[in-house]
Design a protein. Structure first.
Length: 363
């Protein structure tokens, strides 16, 4: 019973209950001290203990560096290992297979140059993106995207022949130039189909376009040069599909076989000695990579960066733990999800991973 004499005793008991002892391994929260001489890497190192999404950025950096540094020589030799894989020198050259996925807006914006850097130096092994993520790279080789504003009125832009992607502007003329370049190439591919019996798939189409663009500013120029397959399961969902639609009237018969690519990406995952996923955004690109890794009982390393929430049940917003339940991420993995818009964080992540720790391949 509370009375005036014991009131403060009751309050103190409620406010100041005893704490459990923190374990010796507990990490202390601490941020960067700008009183020190500024150092970018030291700043980024403090993210790990900053808290909230800064900590997730720090964990993402650690996870990607695990992908980069892993070698088969880190693992014990299995009894049933192929003879080639028992050679220590060979094992020291076998790396983690890294799948990079991104939505089209990552190519629309300045992230394109960061993705190009990764492909130019053969830092990833496979890409999965959307139709817009293909076409806008080639469009930018022919005409510019421009800065706009999120608040620009759609009615006004439509009348001016300007298309808004968030706070970016893409003139209709850019699509016209792209279609003028693309249609003859599709006609060439169709002729090869007729003359040689070649059946095209999205990866082979994109590889041919990367060859024909012949421009080192292009992501897919470097994918062609470095033999990085680019998967686009929704290849008709954009201007590429528009041109295929128009060609079906002017020069019909072109076949695009998606079955070739599902075998190719799934087999890449199955045969990978270690598998890593870096996925910027959600939707088809996220699930396509995760589903390929299901074929090998899950990826070993995973980083998701998106703003999606899990409460609508979408795969886009699903946390890595949901992917574990499906077998898309290994049970013993340490996956990371960063809740952020990718342009805010991925450049810093690349600076502290690929740009700093990558060692050229010896193959």
């Amino acid at each position: 019973m509370i009375n005036q004499e014991n009131e403060m005793d009751v309050v103190k008991a409620n406010l100041l209950g005893p704490s459990a002892n923190m374990p010796d391994t507990a990490e202390v929260v601490k941020g960067y001290d700008f009183n020190e001489e500024f150092d970018f890497s030291n700043l980024m190192a403090t993210f790990r203990h900053m808290g909230f999404q800064a900590t997730n950025v720090g964990l993402a950096i650690e996870e990607i560096n695990k992908m980069i540094k892993w070698r088969l020589s880190d693992e014990p030799i299995d009894d049933d290992e192929m003879e080639e894989l028992k050679d220590p020198e060979y094992r020291s050259k076998v790396r983690c297979t890294i799948f990079l996925g991104y939505t089209s807006n990552m190519i629309s914006c300045g992230m394109r140059e960061i993705i190009r850097f990764l492909c130019q130096h053969k830092m990833v092994d496979a890409i999965v993106t959307t139709c817009g993520g293909i076409e806008e790279d080639f469009m930018k080789c022919q005409a510019h995207h421009y800065m706009g504003d999120f608040k620009l009125r759609g009615e006004m832009l439509r009348k001016q022949g300007l298309n808004r992607i968030g706070n970016l502007i893409v003139p209709n003329e850019n699509y016209c130039k792209f279609e003028d370049w693309l249609m003859p190439l599709f006609d060439e591919m169709l002729q090869e189909q007729k003359d040689e019996g070649k059946i095209w798939c999205p990866t082979s189409i994109i590889d041919r376009l990367g060859e024909k663009i012949d421009n080192p500013e292009s992501v897919y120029y470097w994918c062609h040069k470095n033999k990085i397959p680019v998967f686009c399961p929704a290849i008709t969902d954009g201007a590429l599909g528009d041109v295929l639609y128009m060609q079906s009237f002017s020069n019909p018969g072109f076949i695009v076989d998606v079955a070739q690519d599902i075998r190719k990406i799934n087999s890449m995952a199955v045969w990978a000695k270690k598998s890593g996923m870096i996925i910027l955004g959600g939707g088809v690109i996220k699930h396509h990579i995760c589903n390929a890794n299901l074929m090998r009982n899950g990826a070993d390393f995973s980083v998701f960066i998106n703003t999606g929430q899990e409460y609508d049940g979408s795969d886009s917003g699903a946390r890595p733990d949901e992917a574990i339940s499906w077998g898309k991420i290994r049970l013993d993995a340490t996956p990371v999800k960063v809740y952020a818009e990718a342009t805010l964080v991925f450049p810093f992540i690349v600076a502290e991973t690929f740009a700093k720790h990558w060692k050229p391949r010896e193959d």
